[in-house]
Design a protein around this ligand. Sequence first.
Ligand SMILES: *Cc1c(COP(=O)(O)O)cnc(C)c1O
Length: 217
Amino acid sequence: MIQDNVRKILEELPAQVELEAAAKTRSVKEIEQAVAGGVKIIGENYVQEAESAQAVIGRKARWHFIGHLQKNKVKKAVKIFDLIETLDSQKLAEALDQAAAGANKVMPVLVEVNSAGEQQKFGVLPERVLSFIKGLLPLNNIKVVGLMTMGPAVGDPAASRPYFEKTKRIFERIKDLDLDGLEMKYLSMGMSDTYQIAIEEGANIVRVGSAIFGPRE
Ligand SMILES: *Cc1c(COP(=O)(O)O)cnc(C)c1O
């Protein structure tokens, strides 16, 4: 079932788009089935869950963090994740930079954009993204490689389109600046009910949970 869901989604994805399985609350067995179906990126909201799953699955997939990262989990997160998708504060950036320096690593990150404005708690407001990113450039042990957004939390999937479009515009504008130390490579947008729209608006990573694993309890 999970394997079939993954195969079907992979068949319809354009070549430049990567499928990330959003694995929160799923068992290691379920995640393994997604990997067997061809998923190459696992998205985790909780450091602890990721750690237990990774202990079994290992590096057969890349591991992305897509939750809200707490300062006391930063060290572990730097160790187990290949990409942190939800950087949204200078404080967190500094903590990640320090932890990555301690681990002798450059930690790739995406900046989370609060594209729907005040409806969400997390993410950098669209008009602040560029100055936020400029403030990160002196931190040598993190590297911004793109943007992530959730879009509006509720409502008709079609209502997400303008927010995806806006995030893509910010992405392109910053990419065109060609700033030193910045590589605008990934645009992570879209979930189970919105990923087709997100792809039309330029996403190259889509984070899909329930369409792979079934509804969450
Ligand atoms: C849960 C989650 C998803 C996937 O949501 P579905 O609606 O189950 O596809 C995507 N992104 C983030 C950040 C999530 O927490």
